[in-house]
Design a protein around this ligand. Structure first.
Ligand SMILES: [Zn+2]
Length: 354
C-alpha cells in the first residue's frame, strides 16, 4: 500500500490525487490528532499540527483564529527559535508562558526536513491497528466553561465570562492581533501604563492585582497562593481550591467571575469616560453584587460557608420568601365626583368586600 499510494512520502503526508487514494485520505482526518512532528525546517502548521506535546497550539491558545497558513518556520530564525516573536504571539493569542517555554526548549533538526512520527505506536511508525484508537479521541474541555451558567451571574455576565475564557475580549493586544493599527496603553496602572493584554488587565496590572489581593483576604487557611503569572484558567482553578465546596454558586467558585466582570466594567468606564481606573470601585461593585445576591436569595448561607465575609449579611438574607398571595376583592365605588382611597388595603373577610 505504501508503495502504491505514497511513493516516497510518508503515509502521514501523502497528497490526494483522486480515486481510492482520496478515500484513504478521508481516514487520515481521524489519524491527524496522532501525527506528531519533529521540527526540522518547520514546514508544518504552527496552530494545527501536533509538534509540541499532545494538543495543537490552537487548542492551547483558547483561540481558534490563528492563521491556518502560519508555519512553524515563521518562528525560526537562523536555526533558532525567535523568542521575541513567540512572546508577542503569547500575549496576542493568550498562550501560557509555560507553552512558550516548552517551544523554546524544543530542539530543531538542523538543515533537515520535518519528521512525522506516529504517536500510537512505540517505534513511531504508522500502523493501521493503532488508528482505531483515534475514533475515541475527544477534545479537551476548558475548565470552568460549564460552571458559568450556574454561578448566579446575570446572563450578560455569564456571556462575558464565556467570551473571556474563549479569549474573545477586545483588549488592545487582541485588536492588534486582529490587525488593527493602534498603540496600547492600559487604564489600570496610573503611574506607569503598560500594554493592555488579557493577562495584564485581568491578572498582572496594578488595578487587577489590588482587587484580587483584597478578595483573597476573604479566604483563610492553607489555600494555594495567587501567583503573579497565573493564567486566567489557573486563577479560576486556584480560586476554586480556596474553599473545598462543590456548589457552583459557592463564592469560592463564583467570585472570580464577578471580579473579572467588574474589572472589565471599570476598564470601560475609565477608557470611555476618560476617568481614572479605581480598584476600589471594582471592590465595591463586587461586594454590592454579592450583597444583592444575598438579599434576593441568589446566594444562600451555604454559598458563603467558610468565607470571611467583609460585607454585612443583609437582614433579609434568608431563603426566598413566599410570594404574596393575590386575590380578587370587590368594592362599591362612590358616587361621582367622589373618589375613594383604600390606603391600607383593608377589606372585610366575611363579605370579601373592600
Ligand atoms: Zn495596567
Amino acid at each position: 500500500m505504501t508503495a502504491k499510494y505514497c511513493h516516497k512520502a510518508s503515509p502521514l503526508t501523502a497528497r490526494a490525487k483522486g480515486g481510492s487514494r482520496k478515500r484513504l485520505l478521508r481516514a487520515r482526518i481521524l489519524a491527524h490528532p496522532h501525527m506528531r512532528w519533529v521540527v526540522g525546517e518547520g514546514n508544518v502548521s504552527f496552530w494545527d499540527d501536533l509538534w509540541l506535546g499532545d494538543a495543537p497550539l490552537r487548542e492551547l491558545s483558547m483561540d481558534d483564529r490563528g492563521g491556518p497558513l502560519v508555519r512553524v518556520a515563521d518562528f525560526i530564525m537562523e536555526g533558532k527559535w525567535n523568542e521575541a516573536k513567540l512572546r508577542l504571539i503569547q500575549a496576542q493569542a493568550g498562550l501560557t508562558p509555560q507553552v512558550v517555554r516548552k517551544i523554546l526548549d524544543t530542539p530543531i533538526i538542523p538543515d533537515g526536513p520535518d519528521v512525522p512520527r506516529w504517536r500510537l505506536s512505540r517505534n513511531g511508525e504508522f500502523s493501521l491497528a493503532t488508528t482505531w484508537e483515534t475514533t475515541r479521541t475527544q477534545r479537551p474541555t476548558i475548565q470552568g466553561l460549564d460552571d458559568i451558567w450556574k454561578a448566579g451571574l446575570t446572563s450578560s455576565m455569564a456571556i462575558f465570562i464565556w467570551r473571556h475564557i474563549s479569549n474573545r475580549i477586545p483588549v488592545d493586544t487582541k485588536l492588534q492581533w486582529r490587525k488593527m493599527e493602534m498603540a496600547s496603553k492600559c487604564q489600570c496602572c496610573p503611574h506607569r501604563p503598560g500594554i493592555e493584554s488579557l493577562q495584564h488587565l485581568f491578572i498582572q496590572g496594578s488595578g487587577a492585582s489590588a482587587v484580587w489581593r483584597e478578595f483573597d483576604s476573604w479566604f483563610g487557611g492553607s489555600s494555594p497562593p495567587l501567583r503573579i503569572n497565573d493564567t486566567i484558567p489557573d486563577r479560576l482553578k486556584v480560586w476554586a481550591q480556596r474553599v473545598r465546596r462543590q456548589g457552583r454558586k459557592h463564592l469560592g467558585r463564583a467570585m472570580p467571575y464577578i471580579i473579572l466582570w467588574f474589572l472589565w466594567a471599570e476598564r470601560n468606564r475609565s477608557r470611555h469616560q476618560s476617568v481614572r481606573f479605581k480598584p476600589f470601585n471594582v471592590v465595591w461593585q463586587v461586594q454590592t453584587f454579592i450583597r444583592n445576591g444575598m438579599t434576593n436569595g441568589t446566594y444562600k448561607p451555604k454559598h458563603w460557608k467558610g468565607v470571611l465575609l467583609k460585607v454585612n449579611i443583609p437582614n433579609q438574607a434568608e431563603p426566598r420568601r413566599s410570594r404574596p398571595l393575590a386575590m380578587a376583592i370587590k368594592w362599591n365605588p362612590p358616587e361621582q365626583p367622589w373618589i375613594k382611597l383604600n390606603t391600607d388595603g383593608a377589606y372585610c373577610e366575611d363579605t370579601d368586600k373592600a
